[in-house]
Ligand binder design. Structure first.
Ligand code: FES
Length: 100
């Protein structure tokens, strides 16, 4: 059985200082069927937080604001497409290097 999708929102100090608690609340309020929303500890991307990681597809979004949440919900979680403008370039550049 496929692993259920989960949105992890960092609630450690640097991300909290940039309103990640409000981002967590916004994802929880969206209530997307089949998608869990969980708080997480530091994911090592503190300088570009709030960090949002979607598993199991391993999409990492950076500097996520509450105003970005509707687009991530509609486009990614419901529509299955990446929100390119919010991708964490440190993570996704690295993946592109290995996939070519
Ligand atoms: S504090 Fe959020 S990624 Fe480190």
């Amino acid at each position: 059985m496929a692993e259920p999708r989960c949105v992890l929102i960092c609630q450690n100090r640097s991300c909290l200082n940039n309103s990640s608690a409000e981002v967590l609340t916004a994802f929880q309020a969206a209530e997307v069927p089949g998608v869990r929303v969980e708080s997480s500890g530091c994911m090592g991307q503190c300088s570009s937080g709030p960090t949002v990681r979607i598993v199991p597809d391993e999409t990492w979004y950076c500097r996520v604001k509450t105003s970005d949440v509707p687009e991530i919900v509609e486009r990614h979680l419901i529509g299955g497409k990446l929100v390119e403008a919010k991708l964490n370039p440190r993570i996704h550049l690295r993946m592109e290097m290995f996939s070519s």
